[in-house]
Design a binder for this molecule. Sequence first.
Ligand code: ZN
Length: 166
Amino acid sequence: MSTTDDVLKANEEYVRNFDLGHLAVRPARHLAIVACMDARLTVEQFAGLKTGDAHIIRNAGGVVTDDVIRSLLISHYLLGTNEWIIVEHTDCGMLTFKDEELLSRLEKETGVVAHAPSNFYAFADLETNLRRQIAKVRAHPWVPRQILVRGFIYDIRSGRLNEIKA
Ligand SMILES: [Zn+2]
């Protein structure tokens, strides 16, 4: 039995009690959250959200990549979100390596050079990186001025969100 088999088993149980089929496509709280994919962050739980409340966009580091901008633009223009939150966290794996090191390692282990990804977006300082992500969102020409964009560092030890002013 693989973990995927366990997932399918859990889904059967989920379906038996499922009662969310009525939810609207537009997030009820008009909120989008960009967060790190770290397995210790359960965004819905630490943010008090229910299914259908918000878009949750996750990747390694909670980095505002082109694809995150793509999702945020769709989130706002097509699905009505007008508050965006970026969440990074203490003890993030992205603090533990450098892009160049990982690139070299992968090229060595696989024996090939790949054209993508062009960046892993590893970073050395959490607050600086978070401010940079907020700035990237705010500076985008298609992001309307009136959208509230705030950034937080989630403390892995306490579960608390600490705001970092841009
Ligand atoms: Zn992380």
